[in-house]
Ligand binder design. Structure first.
Ligand code: GDP
Ligand code: IMO
Ligand code: MG
Length: 422
């Protein structure tokens, strides 16, 4: 039996999808615990590329059960599209996917409010998937849950009540036309038929399976620095991607967690607004974006790129309790003569000891860099650690030492075969 949490350790897009796919052959169940269709997890199998937004990446492994936990916010339109896409590729979803009755539903007004509230200096650069507004309603105790799909009377009542308020908000605050209440009621009543079969008390299910000796991998979305509590607030998402969120988002208690695996990109990227100390806005940043194909898997936006930040990772290791990591996209650094690593932050010429508590302070920091020699060799075909160039091994040892983790997986390309396991 083992229960592991897999977390994104930076600002998302670290390659979680690929590593979940690699690890899922050792697990019986893969469960998502937070976020929604703002996530884009890419898995490449042979020549086929899959981008999953809501369904755990384990769905691509035969025999593995997928669970969407109660901490996730579900857009039924996105969910049904994803199920359809998988089935078109011959992947059976029925009987292998369970959705928590506690997960909240993303409504059309959440998506609309997400996009129209992104204005002026309140802009975050969200994915526009309705994530923030849905979590707002959850915590305001106005949300509509997956379980509400099972009772048509309750569902209709809740939608009408919510829309009364949302339409007022749209009209009076945003000067936007009101939404058609009957159309939304009918659309959501129809989801019931398509989604009911997946609904389950997943907390009881997961705990029962653990007691029966089954192993579970909890798949985080986004990354630690996008966490609503520990990220670069307010430039964060509205959920808890850090390992703590895995317990509340799945119903698996902390006493049953065996390990936390961090996914770490060999450099740093970020999509959307917010501080990013090691960002490179010059040709080197462009080169990282081009070599790493750094464009969003959900929105297609170019990702901001910069050097690896060991100071940030130390913080992420502490908050998440990360011990072992998978370092991804190491191959992207193959064509650089010199590679820089940020080992600390300075403010006004003084190095700081702890990670800045807010975005404003974070904007003021200057990274302290150390420069390492590049390896200038193609490593995408290497299968064994010992066959890596000496400079690559030095780089890995350097980031290990400065970040406080042990590397256990090295990814040198998007494919399953481009993985070195230690
Ligand atoms: P996630 O959100 O953390 O699952 O990551 P994304 O799927 O959004 O972004 C990671 C991107 O990098 C995807 O296009 C992957 O196919 C790709 N990728 C993953 N691992 C590697 C790697 O080791 N090398 C290269 N070159 N690409 C990788
Ligand atoms: P995966 O799981 C990278 C970012 C958005 C924005 C901020 C808030 O693929 O790593 P939201 O729509 O969540 O309200 O946007 O969070 N963001 C991500 N960045 N990877 C993701 O997911 C992200 N999900 C949200 O760009 O800056
Ligand atoms: Mg992604």
């Amino acid at each position: 039996m083992s229960v592991s949490i897999l977390v994104g350790s930076q600002w998302g897009d670290e390659g979680k999808g690929k590593i979940v796919d690699i690890l899922s052959d050792r697990f019986d169940i893969v469960a998502r615990y937070q976020g929604g269709a703002n996530a884009g997890h890419t898995i490449v199998i042979g020549d086929q590329k899959y981008v999953l937004h809501l369904i755990p990446s384990g769905i691509l492994r035969e025999g593995v059960i997928s669970v969407i936990g109660g901490g996730v916010v579900i857009d039924p339109v996105a969910l049904l599209e994803e199920i359809k896409l998988l089935e078109e590729h011959g992947i059976t979803v029925d009987g292998r996917l369970f959705i928590s009755q506690n997960a909240h539903l993303i409504m059309p007004y959440h998506k609309l409010l997400d996009s129209i509230s992104e204005k002026g200096n309140s802009k975050i650069g969200t994915t526009g998937r309705g994530i923030g507004p849905c979590y707002i309603d959850k915590y305001a105790r106005k949300g509509i849950k997956i379980v509400d799909l099972l009772n048509r009377v309750v569902l209709e009542e809740k939608i009408r009540k919510n829309l009364e308020e949302k339409n007022l908000l749209l009209k009076k605050v945003y000067d936007h036309e009101e939404l058609d209440v009957d159309q939304i009621v009918n659309e959501y009543l129809a989801f019931d038929e398509k989604i009911d079969k997946y609904i389950k008390d997943t907390a009881t299910y997961l705990n029962t399976e653990i007691n029966a000796g089954k192993s579970i991998l909890l798949e985080g979305a986004q990354g630690a620095l996008l966490d609503v509590d520990f990220g670069t607030y307010p430039y964060v998402t509205s959920s808890s991607p850090t390992s703590g969120g895995a317990c509340t988002g799945s119903g698996i208690p902390p006493t049953k967690i065996d390990s936390v695996i961090g996914i770490v990109k060999a450099y740093t990227t970020r999509v959307g607004l917010g501080p990013f100390p090691t960002e490179l806005t010059d040709d080197t940043g462009e080169k990282l974006r081009a070599e790493g194909a750094e464009f969003g898997a959900t929105t297609g936006r170019p990702r901001r790129c910069g050097w690896y930040d060991a100071f940030l990772m130390k913080y992420s290791v502490m908050i998440n309790g990360i011990e072992k990591v998978a370092v991804t996209k190491l191959d992207v650094l193959s064509n650089f003569d010199e590679i820089k690593v940020c080992v600390g932050y300075e403010i006004n010429g003084k190095s700081i000891k702890t990670f800045p508590a807010n975005a404003a302070q974070m904007e003021e920091v200057t990274p302290i860099y150390e420069t390492l020699k590049g390896w200038n060799k193609d490593i995408t075909g290497i299968k064994e650690y010992n066959d890596l160039p000496e400079e690559t091994k030095e780089y890995l040892k350097f980031i290990e030492g400065n970040s406080g983790f042990k590397v256990s997986i090295i990814s040198v390309g998007p494919k399953r075969s481009q993985t070195i396991q230690l």
